[in-house]
Structures are given as structure tokens and as C-alpha cells.
Design a protein around this ligand. Structure first.
Ligand code: PLP
Length: 362
């Protein structure tokens, strides 16, 4: 079976000595290896303002806390995502307000988001679902018009681009995940990046109990309670080894995705997803719309190929029952979209066979 997701780990000969070295160095907690991984990320994202964390969930939580989101506030978000996007909003005490998606892409629709803005709206949470990038031209304009900050949940979008530049310095907050099945894993991990350095100090404190690492422990004053969200040297060491292979790994996702964009055109029962202006996806999952999805998935499975919608729409969870509202485009999208394998493990022969199976029909 060709899976939809698969963990990439750099070659043993490189990874194991690095892990052994850090494990027995005496310095496994946060230290130089974390700094060095942050430098790798900064170079990759072309942005020095990056903090390595122990999860993408922590990154989202820090972003919400930096904005000051709390009880009585509203955050506009999408149900088309992994639960972490919305459970982090819930734990701040704020209300999730669902906006509808663009039925062609499954990504948040700027017009629907605009219609949901109220005086209580504290943030707009955008998810670059499956590695496709939201309509940032429109969202940047909205954010400016209403003076509401955007958080980009880029857990699926490492290496995706907006305006020719990798996602990570466009909005006030960009959150990445390095969990096991994402484009890049550090086993568990995450990062938050900012367009400038103005929030770095406060974010660092929020990630470390509220303490500042710039002052000695005895001279420290916690003015606001923080969390323990920073990365450790072991995960960071793994990350730095992984980073050496990311160009090659991401190139495979992207070239397979571009291959499907061409090869699956004009097949009856298949509608491809258009990408917004100035955006370039990093194809964490290849996403398309199909008629008779259950039959499609069955035929794929019979041919040894996993095809599935993978995510569970978040507005059906009872913790969000207060937020229930009609989302007709989401209903339409949710009954038609599907993912097919596209990542680093999918060979040229695999992708050709996948296209042949789709072409034969279901
Ligand atoms: C994986 C994921 C997260 C959470 O990341 P963790 O590193 O697992 O905490 C957040 N948002 C989305 C969309 C994700 O897929």
C-alpha cells in the first residue's frame, strides 16, 4: 500500500552519530543545539526571527497569547484542519467563529471571513491546508482594513511560498509543526516566526515559564506566567540533520504535486484545485475533488494506493457545539475532497501508476 503520509528520517550514518553525540554530551536540555537549529530554520525561511518550540500546538498557543486572546474574544477560524488549530483557541477561553471555505480549494474564503468580523474579533486563524497557501493577497488586505492580526498555521506548509518567498515572514505570526508526519520532523517539535524582532522577547518568555534567558535566574522577574514550550537539544540536533535533506525532500513533494497538476487535468469526475495568485504550494498532501469519493477510494485501495480525506471537520466536535453555523461550501467540499500520495516516498513509477488508475475510472 502506498501511504498518504510517511515519516522521513535522514540516513542512519548521519543521524545516529549526531544523536549519540548530543545524548552523552551532558547538554540535552535547551542550549547551543537549539540555537543552531534556529539558525538553520532562519536561513531556510530567510527570516532571523524564528523560535524553535516543542510542538506546533505550542507555537499556535504562544501566537494567541501574544495577541492577548482570552475569554470574551472571538477568533475566526476554519473547520478544515487538524484539531490542534482550534483546540488551542479553545484553551485560551476565546470563542471559535467558523467561516466558510472556498469550495474550489477548501481554504478559508476571505468574503466569508469578512462577514464574520465583529468588535470581538481578536485574530484570524488561517490554515494552509495540505500545503496549499490561502489567498494571502485578500487576507493581507482584510487584516489591514480591520486591523486584525493573522496567525498562519503553516503546519502543512513548510517550504510553501507567497510572493516567491517561503511562508514565514508575511503575517505577524507563522506557526510550524515538526511532528512525525509533517514535511520535516524532529520527532516532535515546532517553531514560530515573526516578520520582525519586536515580539521575540515576549515569545521567548512565554515559551519558558515567563522567565527571561537574558537575565540570571536570581535577577529574573516573571511578570506574566508562561509555558514550557521551548525545544530541547536532542530534538534540535535531529532537526539540524534533517534540515540538510529538506531541499531534496521538499523537491520531491513539489515535483510530484506539479506532475499531478498536469497529468490529472481533464479527467472526467476529477476537479483539480486552483492555487491563488502569488502562492506556490508545498503539497504536503495532494488534494483534489472527485465525484463518488467512496468508490474512488475503494478503487485506489484495490490498487494498493491510499486515498482518503484524512481530516475530520472540526465543527462537528461537541466542544465547539456553541459555534455551529451553516457552512454550505464546507459541506460541499467535505463530501468531495480527497488526498492521494505525493510525498518523498512516491517514486516516478508510483505516480505514473496512480495517474493510470485514476484515468481508468471508478
Ligand atoms: C500537526 C498540526 C498542528 C499541531 O502540531 P503539533 O506539532 O502536532 O503540535 C497544528 N495544525 C495543523 C494544521 C497540524 O496539522
Amino acid at each position: 500500500m502506498i501511504p498518504l503520509v510517511k515519516t522521513y528520517i535522514a540516513p542512519r550514518e548521519e543521524m545516529m552519530p549526531a544523536i549519540e553525540n548530543i545524548l552523552y554530551s551532558g547538554y540535552i536540555a535547551i542550549g547551543d543545539a537549539v540555537k543552531s537549529f534556529e539558525n538553520d530554520l532562519a536561513a531556510y525561511l530567510d527570516n532571523p526571527n524564528v523560535i524553535a518550540l516543542n510542538s506546533g500546538t505550542g507555537a499556535l498557543h504562544i501566537a494567541l497569547e501574544l495577541i492577548g486572546v482570552g475569554a470574551g474574544d472571538e477568533v475566526i477560524s476554519t473547520p478544515m484542519t487538524s484539531e490542534a488549530t482550534n483546540t488551542t483557541i479553545a484553551i485560551t477561553g476565546a470563542k471559535v467563529v467558523w467561516a466558510d471555505v472556498d469550495p474550489r480549494t477548501g481554504l478559508l474564503d476571505p468574503d466569508s471571513v469578512e462577514s464574520k468580523i465583529t468588535e470581538k474579533t481578536k485574530a484570524i486563524m488561517l490554515v494552509h491546508y495540505a500545503g496549499m497557501v490561502c489567498d494571502m493577497d485578500r487576507f493581507n488586505a482584510l487584516s489591514k482594513k480591520y486591523n486584525i492580526p493573522i496567525i498562519e498555521d503553516a503546519a502543512h506548509a513548510f517550504g510553501a511560498k507567497y510572493m516567491g518567498k517561503r511562508i514565514g515572514s508575511n503575517s505577524p505570526y507563522t506557526c510550524f509543526s515538526f511532528q512525525a508526519i509533517k514535511h520535516m520532523t524532529t520527532v516532535d517539535g515546532g517553531a514560530i516566526s515573526f516578520p520582525d524582532d519586536s515580539q521575540m522577547d515576549e515569545a521567548l518568555r512565554l515559551g519558558w515559564f515567563g522567565l527571561s534567558k537574558k537575565v540570571s535566574r536570581l535577577d529574573n522577574d516573571v511578570h506574566r506566567a508562561g509555558y514550557k514550550y521551548r525545544m530541547n537539544n536532542v530534538n534540535a540536533t535531529i532537526g539540524s540533520v534533517q534540515m540538510k535533506h529538506m531541499d531534496e525532500v521538499l523537491d520531491t513533494y513539489i515535483s510530484n504535486g506539479k506532475y499531478y497538476d498536469e497529468a490529472l487535468k481533464s479527467i472526467s469526475g476529477v476537479t483539480l484545485v486552483p492555487y491563488y495568485d502569488h502562492t506556490e504550494p508545498s503539497y504536503w498532501l495532494y488534494t483534489l475533488r472527485v465525484e463518488n469519493r467512496d468508490d474512488f477510494c475503494k478503487i485506489m485501495e484495490e490498487n494498493g494506493i491510499t486515498a482518503s480525506p484524512l481530516h475530520h471537520r472540526n465543527d462537528t466536535h461537541s466542544v465547539f457545539s456553541y459555534a455551529k453555523c451553516p457552512l454550505p461550501n464546507m459541506d460541499d467540499w467535505y463530501s468531495h475532497f480527497v488526498h492521494i500520495p505525493c510525498g518523498w516516498w512516491v517514486t516516478k513509477e508510483d505516480r505514473e501508476r496512480i495517474v493510470d488508475v485514476v484515468k481508468k475510472g471508478w
